[in-house]
Design a protein around this ligand. Structure first.
Ligand code: ASP
Length: 448
């Protein structure tokens, strides 16, 4: 019987073929409108499908996640560990970013003419992003906490960027379920439990088109970046190569050094196996640039492949997808210092400390959607007195860096989940059990 290709291999193939297709289109006479009109929609359907279930999933999984913990003391223990590890990994990420950007000083080597043409090119875009960030700047420092509490819960559920408000509601609702009589709580929990399974099943359906969706996303990304002038995107990228390499270097350092260290110190999980298991989630993070859209797959892998209990994964992962963004915070710290360097500003030690604080908050405040980190970067810049217009300098490679930082954001979430699960006595032998959830059915079919 013909062997079925595993899903992650299919997704990689979609990714590579999509990139190749995009490059062929921009290098030949094939009109780019064909890609935009007929290929991009497949990617949009795929990504919309994932986004469609992100909000109900966060709501249902957090409500059952909290209520399954059984009692408030367990909630505060696991919650405390989770938040502590989120903040720790975020600060480590920012420190790595700051160290690299201070050692290599990529901003100092940006030619003045390039700087001026970049500023002129992105003037319009910057003002749009600044408007979005302006509301953060005029507010009290406590505003991020105020923003967590929705005025209207139902309105919050209509906006994927307001995920943190839904997280807040779901945690409170979960706590309330722990405190009302069991007979009343049970049917509510059973409802959300079933609802959660329905959503996970929908993920399976959506994943059937993942390779095609990823192909379409990649092909249209290349065509759109290139626009009318295929060389312009590459010229700009080249000018910003040093900056981009530093962001990427920091992200890879997290992936290859910090996460393995964490796994080795706190779990018995072999990290090669760990990374192999989470590959489908990483590939999706890369092609969708959205932690929220990747969440359903991340949860499925944590439970079905890594063997983390539903109790922990349904609490830590939705929270992580909204507030734990190691890649974004690393990128924001590099970008802030790079812009200051390029504009000829020296940053003092206390300004750099300020970056640690504001990047941590900005990453918490960034929604898990494409480009959110760039908007929140403005808040970081303002806090250290660097003009927000400076984001024009880094806009060109941002879309691509977003893909890489989202991979780290998602990886960081799974690492923290695995660490919390292990310290709770789960995964005693570091056992990564069962087969890949996305290929399990295939092996059944193969055997039949
Ligand atoms: N796209 C990122 C995410 O979804 C956020 C960012 O823009 O950095 O995790």
């Amino acid at each position: 019987m013909r062997k079925k290709i595993p899903l992650h291999t299919q997704i990689i193939a979609g990714l590579v073929l999509g990139l190749a297709f995009g490059l062929i289109v921009i290098r030949t006479d094939i009109p780019s409108s064909f890609t935009i009109d007929f290929i991009k929609p497949i990617g949009t359907i795929f990504i919309n499908g994932l986004k469609m279930i992100a909000m109900p999933l966060v709501l249902a999984s957090l409500i059952i996640g909290v209520s399954n913990l059984g009692d408030i003391s367990k909630l505060s223990r696991i919650g405390g560990k989770t938040i502590f590890t989120f903040i720790l990994t975020t600060i480590v990420a920012i420190t790595i970013g700051l160290t690299l950007v201070n050692v290599f000083k990529p901003g100092k080597s940006l030619p003045v003419e390039t700087r001026e043409s970049l500023m002129a090119l992105y003037e319009g875009d910057v003002s749009k992003k600044s408007d979005a960030a302006a509301k953060f700047q005029e507010q009290s420092p406590l505003q991020p906490i105020v923003d967590m509490v929705p005025e209207n819960f139902f309105m919050a559920t209509t906006d994927n960027a307001a995920m943190l408000q839904v997280v807040f509601f779901a945690i409170i609702a979960g706590i309330a379920l722990l405190q009302i009589p069991k007979s009343k709580a049970a049917p509510v929990i059973a409802f959300f439990d079933g609802f959660n399974d329905v959503i996970i099943q929908i993920v399976n359906y959506i994943m059937l088109i993942a390779p095609y969706g990823v192909f379409a996303l990649m092909a249209s990304l290349i065509v759109e970046i290139a626009g009318d002038n295929p060389d312009s995107a590459f010229d700009l990228l080249y000018a910003l190569l040093k900056y981009s390499l530093i962001v990427l270097g920091g992200l890879f350092f997290m992936m290859l050094v910090i996460y393995p260290l964490l796994l080795k110190s706190f779990t018995k999980v072999p990290y090669m196996q760990f990374f192999r298991s989470i590959r489908p989630a990483q590939l999706l993070a890369f092609s969708t640039s959205s932690s929220s859209a990747t969440l359903p797959v991340t949860m499925k892998i944590a439970e079905e492949e890594l063997g983390v209990s539903e109790e922990i994964s349904s609490f830590v992962l939705p929270l992580g997808a909204t507030i734990n963004m190691n890649g974004t915070s690393l990128y924001q710290s590099v970008a802030a210092v790079f812009i200051a360097q390029a504009l000829g500003m020296e940053l003092s030690f206390s300004q750099q400390l300020m970056i640690v604080l504001t990047s941590t908050l900005a990453a918490i405040g960034s929604a898990g959607v494409p480009g959110a980190g760039l908007i929140m970067l403005i808040v970081v810049l303002e806090s250290i007195g660097v003009p927000a217009a400076g984001i024009a300098l880094i806009m060109a490679p941002d879309r691509i860096l977003d893909m890489f930082r989202t991979v780290i954001n998602v990886t960081g979430d799974v690492v923290v989940t695995t660490v919390v699960a292990s310290t709770e006595g789960e995964l005693p032998e570091g056992l990564l059990h069962k087969s890949n959830p996305f290929t399990a059915n295939e092996s059944v079919q193969e055997g039949s």
